[in-house]
Ligand binder design. Structure first.
Ligand SMILES: *Cc1c(COP(=O)(O)O)cnc(C)c1O
Length: 437
């Protein structure tokens, strides 16, 4: 696999380089030079394969021989070790549940795969790989649990004090082993600024082998393609061959992976990008001008993104042609009041409890169906388990949330937290004083 930068098509980097850099120096995004095609035979017989088998075939095609097949298979069997079931709510609408991993969110796919790929490439370095992550909640949990116990790695998570949910805090702070939690007395932006400054600090770079677990890392995008193929496989086994995916979108990494799967040969009629009021992409597709805005806080806070970092990847996949994007991607935008109502309706109509992000995807799925009647199935992606957002539910809905085993297992755990301020010197000193794993 070779990659270029969306800002410079002449740049050529290896998969390994793209994984450790996350971003090219020119601030573009890495994209594969060639998008491999899966065979028609494989697509036609998808229903015969398990999720890890599909994942292996897709990854092998994309990554090529940089990771030998036996090693790639071991990485996948370890990383993709939980299910992604499609559940039919009616004959035409289904939910793809992506929250059965350790952090109860779809980001587990990306984080678990990336952690093992990084560990694989740095296995012979002799130096610990130090991963620094700033999180507002979901990413940090997935990265912490994704790297937990992975040999040769250590993760330092920075999160804003008092701004993550109780379940998220447990996921960030009770791990021990190679995971450390730093509670910053500030905002998410302060956390991000500290991490950024650490990457630019000469002393820290001399002392440590630093890397980020950035959400735009190519090793997080690749595994997110797997479940689109697997969802299609499950529908095929029910006799359904036509599918529309509705994806709750923030940074547009999830839907970007779906579009990559489509470009590799997965037959998808249409993608629906469902957003909250942070609607930079819907506005762009309406009026053709890309105008990012500061993010606005909503109930679906993992989608509160004013300038979606993966959008350039999607433009790139369509050769920069907005008309091509408009043909394949429909957008809908919803307010918090509509999201609340959708959670209630899903519960009353189907007995289904959805997190706010998922509820937005369902709204968009039903809106699209109304305008485009047909025999296809609309699959909306459920990106997180509702127990991660307890504050949004009415009591009668909240009572129906079944707390998963993963959370129960954390509840007795001991929290280990290092509180720090927003000044860089304090953070730097903390890293230097706690140098060894
Ligand atoms: C991150 C996240 C999203 C948004 O995904 P993107 O890839 O950023 O578009 C949606 N829902 C949940 C629960 C998330 O954690």
């Amino acid at each position: 696999m070779e990659l270029y930068s969306t800002n410079n098509r002449d740049l050529r980097v290896s998969f390994q380089e793209a994984v450790f850099n996350s971003l090219p120096a020119d601030k573009g995004l890495y994209m594969p030079i060639e998008i491999p095609q899966l065979s028609g035979h494989f697509i036609a017989n998808l229903q015969q394969y398990s999720l890890p088998e599909i994942a292996f075939e897709v990854a092998r095609k994309l990554i090529g021989n940089v990771i030998p097949e036996a090693d790639l298979k071991a990485i996948i069997d370890e990383a993709i070790n939980f299910d992604a079931p499609v559940k039919l709510l009616s004959s035409e609408i289904a939910v793809l549940e992506l929250f059965h991993g350790p952090s109860l969110a779809f980001k587990d796919f990306g984080a678990r795969f990336m952690s093992r790929v990084m560990a694989y490439f740095s296995a012979n370095d002799g130096q610990t790989l130090d991963v620094l992550v700033a999180t507002s909640g979901d990413t940090g949990g997935a990265v912490a649990l994704g790297f937990l116990g992975v040999p040769g790695t250590r993760v330092t998570i920075l999160y804003p004090k008092g701004k993550v949910s109780p379940v998220q805090e447990l996921q960030l702070t009770t791990n021990g082993q190679n995971i450390r939690a730093v509670e910053v007395d500030g905002t998410f932006d302060d956390c991000q600024a500290l991490v950024k400054e650490a990457f630019n600090d000469k002393d820290l770079n001399e002392r440590f082998n630093l890397t980020s677990a950035n959400s735009i890392n190519i090793a997080r995008l690749i595994p997110q393609t797997f479940y689109y193929f697997y969802a299609y496989a499950q529908l095929k086994s029910q006799g359904i061959n036509e599918v529309v995916f509705s994806v709750p979108s923030g940074n547009f990494g999830n839907i970007g992976a779906g579009i990559l799967a489509y470009k590799m040969g997965l037959p998808v009629q249409q993608f629906i990008a469902a957003t909250n009021v942070n609607d930079t992409v819907p506005r762009f597709l309406r009026n053709g001008s890309y105008e990012p805005r500061p993010s606005v806080q909503t109930l679906a806070n993992a989608m509160d993104v004013g300038n979606p970092s993966n959008w350039v990847r999607i433009m790139d996949l369509f050769g920069g042609d907005i008309e091509q994007v408009r043909k394949q991607v429909t957008t809908y935008t919803y307010t918090d009041a509509e999201t609340q109502q959708a959670i209630q309706t899903l519960f009353e109509q189907y007995g289904y409890v959805a997190c706010p992000h998922t509820a937005i995807a369902w709204l968009a799925a039903t809106a699209y169906r109304e305008r485009h009647p047909g025999s296809y199935a609309t699959v909306f992606l459920s990106t997180a388990h509702p127990c991660k957002f307890p504050e949004v539910f009415a009591p009668e809905v909240a009572r129906r949330i079944v707390i998963p085993q993963q959370v129960k297992a954390l509840e007795g755990g001991k929290k280990a937290i290092t509180p720090l301020g927003v000044d860089f010197d304090g953070f730097k000193q903390y890293l230097l004083d706690n140098g060894t794993v």
